[in-house]
Design a protein around this ligand. Structure first.
Ligand SMILES: Nc1ncnc2c1ncn2[C@@H]1O[C@H](COP(=O)(O)OP(=O)(O)O)[C@@H](O)[C@H]1O
Ligand SMILES: [Mg+2]
Length: 245
């Protein structure tokens, strides 16, 4: 299953949610988080990782064959999540664009063997990461429940929905609108809501050591609920998420 995660405005927590979902994905699934954010990756900086093995290696490998050797392009975070880190800064845009030709099909093949969570950061139809929508099963757009964000979504959702068979929202943090209002206004299903949880977010960013019971924090329990729903949607024939063959 290939799930693309993005946002339209601000920094509502796409990278954090990607790691949280992978961390709390129900067994036996072992998701892979791939940073495909043209604005640059954050996980390498947060977890003090080298850029390699990472996205550049994945791009090079996919040029010549299937992505069968994860050790060549992924790293494991201390919290047990496998990630493909993108370089920080603008060079990531070139790397993501270079992946636009062979990448979507290669990642799709990989996603047949394990869930792939592609963090594309801020997503508009002109993003070099938009090519991945053509092969995705689901696009999750993260938004804050604020008018500005929701109106931006209103503008871009139709073009994004043309490229991906299922687009759903995740509402993050506090604001004047609730998930039902946003779903109604945008005529788009809300897959989940994520609470403001700075401590949980700090652990997922490597800024705070996980202590016993940390996965019971609000951010992690919300991610668990969403991960379980997404994992079961992949196997249910009548689900809103139809996994592409
Ligand atoms: N649910 C949350 N509660 C509190 N802080 C959060 C939450 N999600 C993310 N953050 C924090 O907000 C900042 C931006 O998050 P990040 O995941 O990098 O956003 P994005 O990928 O959308 O730019 C980070 O410092 C992160 O730790
Ligand atoms: Mg991010």
């Amino acid at each position: 299953m290939l799930i693309v995660l993005g946002s339209v405005k601000g920094s509502p927590g796409v990278t954090t949610l990607s790691v949280a979902l992978a961390c709390r994905w129900p067994a036996p699934g072992m998701p892979l988080v791939v940073e495909l954010d043209p604005a640059g990756g954050d996980l390498g900086s947060r977890w003090h990782l080298h850029d390699e093995p990472g996205l550049r290696n994945m791009v090079a490998t996919a040029r010549y064959g299937p992505l069968t050797q994860p050790a060549e392009w992924s790293q494991r975070l201390p919290i047990g999540v496998d990630v493909v880190v993108a370089p920080a800064g603008q060079t990531a845009a070139y790397t993501v664009a270079a992946f636009g030709a062979a990448g979507p099909a290669a990642v799709r093949r990989l996603a047949a063997t394990r869930p792939v969570l592609a963090d594309v950061g801020r997503l508009d139809p002109g993003s070099p990461a938009a090519a991945f929508l053509d092969k995705a099963d689901l696009l999750l757009m993260l938004t804050r429940p604020q008018l500005e964000d929701v109106r931006h979504l209103m503008v871009v959702l139709p073009a994004l929905a043309e490229r991906c068979p299922s687009v759903q929202l995740v509402v993050s943090g506090a604001g004047p609108y609730d998930a039902v209002e946003i779903a109604g206004y945008l005529e788009t299903e809300v897959a989940g809501t994520i609470s403001h949880d700075p401590t949980g977010a700090d652990v997922l960013a490597g800024r705070r050591r996980p202590v016993m019971g940390w996965t019971r924090r609000r951010l992690l329990t919300a991610a668990r609920t969403l991960a379980v729903a997404l994992a079961s949607a992949a196997t249910e024939p009548a689900s809103a998420v139809q996994v592409r063959a």
